[in-house]
Design a binder for this molecule. Structure first.
Ligand code: 9D3
Length: 244
């Protein structure tokens, strides 16, 4: 897979793509992530990338010519056709299903704005998919691009070492995690639930499922509601013990 990120602040996100799982996936040849500075495609003497909105009003608007030129040039660097993604607060909410879909593409092109909106003709002319990473205000699309790239790259086969953790991840999808403990058995009077020390693996598995369901019901009623249709199997016997 190849991922290009178009941004006004490549230096702010490049280090992230060289670290951790994404860095390892790149070193292993599973993905190449490249950042391109949109400002490199500005043509006037001030290297402008935005201007004031027609009709007046606050803020600045990212201009068509630089964005079209940047997209078209970066796309020409590789023969594979790119899935274009505009990161905006008005986009489709990003989630694991979208991440999975994007992980199946050969090539992604992410476009970040900063502080401002995009000239509407960027949407009309480039027909990008639009993605938001949540209902809060960021100062630009850069943090959102890091979120999307991280979630997508770790789904590429071989990117996450432990295949078992991927399997348990899909088993527990839509559920919050159960409580976890490690050494020491007692710390400042705080103890580990007896069941986890019992060695009874069936009982441990049952307790963890109960805890995960209870947490999900209490903290994320929206996710819990969805389990009724997506995982009715989980809401039968194990759920009884999760009352309260
Ligand atoms: C202050 C300007 N706002 C006026 C209504 C609009 C606005 C434009 C651009 C608000 C934030 C931004 C910058 N945000 C993003 O580019 C962004 C974003 C976000 O803010 N939240 C969630 N997902 C995303 S993806 C890109």
């Amino acid at each position: 897979m190849r991922i290009d990120v178009l941004t006004l602040f490549p230096g702010a996100i490049e280090p992230f793509f060289g670290a951790s799982i994404i860095g390892r996936a790149q070193a292993a040849g599973l993905v190449t992530v490249r950042c391109t500075n949109i400002r490199d495609y500005a043509t006037d003497s001030h290297r402008s990338v935005d201007d004031r909105p027609f009709g007046g009003g606050p803020g600045m608007v990212m201009m068509c010519p630089v964005v079209f030129d940047a997209v078209e040039h970066v796309e020409s660097l590789d023969t594979r056709s790119a899935t274009r993604i505009l990161l905006t607060p008005q986009g489709e909410p990003f989630n694991q299903a979208v991440a999975r879909e994007l992980a199946g593409r050969q090539r992604l092109l992410l476009i970040c704005g900063h502080y401002e909106g995009f000239d509407e003709r960027i949407r009309e002319g480039l027909r990008p998919r639009e993605i938001s990473v949540g209902d809060y205000v960021l100062s630009g699309g850069e943090a959102a691009a890091m979120v999307v790239v991280d979630a997508v790259v770790r789904l590429l086969p071989g990117a996450v070492g432990d295949e078992e953790s991927i399997e348990s991840e899909s088993f527990s999808e839509g559920l919050l995690e159960y409580p976890q403990y490690t050494r020491p058995r007692e710390y400042r009077g705080l103890t580990v639930p007896e069941v986890l020390l019992s060695g009874d693996h069936a009982r441990i598995a049952r307790w963890r499922m109960e805890q995960a369901l209870k947490r999900t019901r209490q903290r994320r009623p929206d996710l819990y509601e969805r389990l009724q249709s997506t995982r009715p199997d989980l809401l039968t016997s194990a759920d009884e013990g999760s009352a309260s």
